[in-house]
Design a protein around this ligand. Structure first.
Ligand SMILES: Cc1cc2nc3c(=O)[nH]c(=O)nc-3n(C[C@H](O)[C@H](O)[C@H](O)COP(=O)(O)OP(=O)(O)OC[C@H]3O[C@@H](n4cnc5c(N)ncnc54)[C@H](O)[C@@H]3O)c2cc1C
Length: 463
């Protein structure tokens, strides 16, 4: 049944503060710098390919295929290194665009890498077969027998294929997340094998030792950043912050809150709306980390997360006992007040997506309205807290309860319904968070209600 509640808004409107404008400029400058570095190295890769005789030496169809085979191989492996950096938890890049967008790019880039590397295998084999005047299968066997690093390169390519195939969403849904993750780790082996193949066989590297040094340096920098940001920093921070669970409380039906405390938490520089990758150091849990958003604005002394039972890990999270040590990677995400462009904001939460919205509500000081969408009344969490915050701020709070699959709920959260709840929605920035399917539908409805894409900020609970 649809059930909508509202309170009168009395909050005055404000202008966008200078901190936000400065944040936009800083992010834009960092963005340009990152793109410049990426582009410069891509150009460098093309230059070293061209200087390796791959343009001037092309006088036949076979030479052309070999030359194209080399550039696809070089660019494919260059993108493979970027692939690692995209999710190396490199704070500059993460703050620029947000973890979820990086994940989207990572997925896309992964496919491009594989296509380029497969093109490299096909073009090179055909090119060499034409040069040697033998069949393609005979050439493939000759390459494997006579060239150093070919067998390992073949294993690396096979690993990449497995990684990409298991990552296709349709396959991933049939796999346990942890299984997919373990398979994914083999991509590092594939990258190492590509390097051991390239240096002893690549024309560009054999003819010019400086290019070999440059290429190896790219691999080493990538490895260093990976080790620093994915291993050293989280472990160091773990020791420094000594985070542990202080209290576990029930927040609602199938939902618990974990209150986490530690030392120097103010130095985490966390903001409302952000999330961490949490690892609870108990037997059976220490090896998996899961993303959960802060459900209260960080106060420098403690952090709170609120978790809904949605699978094997989350169903047992309420069993964690106070005192359990915690490693937290982060903070991540750009779903913060910093990305706001206007002084009027609509916060829209779907289901457990209320967690970062609840934190934002506490931190944001502009003209706010909150719409909280759930299927059942007992899915509402933080009800008392939300009502208290809304009352303090004299802002409207709407609960939209009901199943849109039944006729009475069909209109819920439609563009028309949103327009009735928030008549001036198109003049607001919209912060939207929830499970992936719900968020996608709500995003479309918000767009159709007239809000421009640049004014919609989304946290999708899926990486
Ligand atoms: C940025 C972000 C913030 C989130 N914040 C919250 C929150 O505040 N409260 C909350 O209840 N949920 C939150 N989630 C969702 C939560 O991370 C998943 O529900 C949880 O990891 C599921 O784990 P599971 O083993 O219980 O379920 P499973 O059945 O194993 O997985 C269910 C789905 O969750 C995803 N998932 C599982 N494990 C991981 C993992 N280690 N890393 C990334 N995704 C995973 C997969 O897409 C999987 O299909 C958030 C997700 C993201 C991406």
């Amino acid at each position: 049944m649809a059930n909508v509640r509202a309170r009168q808004r009395l909050a005055p409107s404000r202008t966008v503060d200078t901190r936000t404008a400065h944040g936009h400029r800083h992010r834009a400058a960092t963005g340009w710098f990152v793109w410049l570095v990426i582009l410069a190295n891509a150009v460098m890769t093309i230059v070293l390919w061209a200087r390796g005789g791959n343009v001037s030496g092309v006088h036949s169809g076979a030479a052309l295929l070999n030359s194209l085979g080399r550039i696809t191989g070089l660019l494919g492996t260059y993108l493979l290194l970027l692939q690692v950096l995209l999710l190396a938890r490199f704070p500059w890049i993460e703050r620029l665009t947000g973890f979820d967008r990086l994940t989207v790019w990572h997925r896309l880039n992964g496919k491009v890498c594989l296509y380029l590397i497969l093109a490299h295998v096909a073009l090179t084999t055909i090119g060499y077969a034409l040069t040697d005047r033998v069949s393609i299968s005979r050439e493939a066997s000759l390459l494997l027998q006579n060239y150093p690093g070919m067998v390992t390169a073949m294993i690396g390519t096979a690993l990449l294929i497995v990684v990409v195939v298991t990552s296709l969403i349709i396959v991933r849904r049939r796999l346990r997340y942890e299984t997919w993750y373990l398979v994914h780790l083999t991509a590092y082996a594939a990258i190492y094998l590509s390097w051991t193949h390239q240096l002893p066989t690549g024309n560009e590297f054999l003819t010019n030792p400086a290019t070999a040094t440059y290429w190896t340096t790219l691999y080493l920098i990538t490895l260093a950043l990976l080790v620093i940001f994915r291993i050293v920093q989280p472990v160091y921070r773990g020791f420094w912050h000594r985070m542990h669970v202080e209290e576990v409380t029930v927040a609602g039906r199938n939902v618990v809150s974990l209150h986490i405390t530690g030392r120097h938490l103010d130095r985490l520089d966390a903001r409302a709306g952000q999330f961490f990758l949490w690892r609870f150091l108990t037997r059976g849990r220490w090896w998996e980390s899961h993303p959960f958003s802060l459900s209260a604005a960080p106060d420098g002394r403690s952090l709170r997360i609120t978790v809904k039972n949605s699978g094997d890990f989350t169903s047992r999270i309420g069993e964690i006992v106070p005192g359990t040590a915690v490693l937290a990677e982060g903070p991540f995400g750009v779903f913060t007040d910093d990305v706001r462009r206007r002084d009027r904001v609509a916060l829209i939460a779907g289901g457990i997506g209320i967690t970062p919205i609840r934190a934002l509500l506490e931190e944001m000081s502009c003209d706010l309205v909150l719409v909280y969408r759930v299927l059942r009344e007992d899915d509402l969490v933080f009800r008392d807290e939300l009502e208290e915050l809304a009352w303090d701020r004299q802002m409207p709070l709407f609960y939209v309860v009901g199943d849109h699959a039944v006729p009475v709920g069909e209109r819920l959260m439609s563009p028309e319904h949103l327009g009735e709840l928030i008549p001036e929605l198109a003049e607001r920035d919209v912060y939207l968070c929830g499970p992936p399917v719900m968020t996608d539908i709500l995003e479309q409805n918000v767009l159709r209600a007239g809000v421009q894409r640049k004014h919609i900020h989304i946290e999708r609970f899926a990486l």
